[in-house]
Design a protein around this ligand. Sequence first.
Ligand SMILES: NC(=O)c1ccc[n+]([C@@H]2O[C@H](COP(=O)([O-])OP(=O)(O)OC[C@H]3O[C@@H](n4cnc5c(N)ncnc54)[C@H](OP(=O)(O)O)[C@@H]3O)[C@@H](O)[C@H]2O)c1
Length: 307
Amino acid sequence: MKRFLVTGASGLLGLNMGLQVSGSIDMIGQVHSNRLQNVPFQQMVVDLADVKQTQRMMEEAHPDVLIHCAAMANVDECEQKPELAQRINAEVPSQLAELCKKMGTYMVHISTDAVFDGKNGPYTENDLPCPINQYALTKLAGEHEVLMKNPAAVVLRVNFFGWSLSGKRSLAEWFVKNLQVGQTVNGFMDVQFCPMMVNDLVDVIMATTERSLSGLYHAVGWDSMTKFAFGYELARRFGYDHTLIKPVSWHDGDLTAARSPDLRLKTVKLASAIGKPLPGWQDGVERFYQQAQDGYPERVLGLMQSS
Ligand SMILES: NC(=O)c1ccc[n+]([C@@H]2O[C@H](COP(=O)([O-])OP(=O)(O)OC[C@H]3O[C@@H](n4cnc5c(N)ncnc54)[C@H](OP(=O)(O)O)[C@@H]3O)[C@@H](O)[C@H]2O)c1
């Protein structure tokens, strides 16, 4: 059985990955400030900002496959702490890519749809990125480092939603939590994206890993929508009042960092490599809803280790 090391196992993607696949693989999950309880995988507590800790983690785990999900993923926090963002989002992937190459470990590096400025979407892997905030700038630097240091690695640009440890990591959770209590929310009419349900993304990552793909791929939902429409579809499926979602421009929000208005990516390259279209938002919203009916969000919240 192959051994997987998943970084960011307390994050939205890493945790859902661990819950979904740890039964069929030998998995170790790296966490940092948030410790987990009752999870079906072994945990390692590591500060990836520390070069020595990171090296020790790789030597001790000695994985066949590294899924590198950990990141400084809060866009506004990256704007406020650009040096830390550079360390976590660019230098850590660089170190991991080098270590993977040396150890013969296959590396999947998770990047973002936010590397473009949104003037000419939808984008292919051949389009030139143009980051407009520190998050995008540092994530793009991370992509370059990984592919330069380890050409056998794969970089996936993603966008996803699902149920998280904090209950508020994803846009979908934010819509649902507010609409549930009759709270009005803003829905951006002028931001387009291609959301994928996190568990669908886990399937795509496993398909990528099985084929040992290398290079750069777009791994977002095959179809696009505005953020307003996403909120509307969630309200409709959960049976909440969709008029609580106010159609606004992202310029009206209180965001620190600039945002790309067009996050749409083309997924033809990855679809052709894995032999099927990428999952879309419709099935994803249904899966997200069904998980809520099954008590999955509460189970995920209960995995946070109480101090
Ligand atoms: N969410 C999205 O829609 C989205 C969109 C585009 C791209 N992405 C990319 O997808 C990946 C996963 O995102 P996510 O939403 O799952 O992120 P997340 O929920 O914010 O989780 C981030 C993870 O990184 C870990 N981490 C942060 N700083 C660390 C450090 N110094 N040392 C060790 N671990 C550290 C955190 O550990 P602790 O919590 O334990 O401290 C956490 O497990 C990231 O690469 C992100 O850039 C996400």
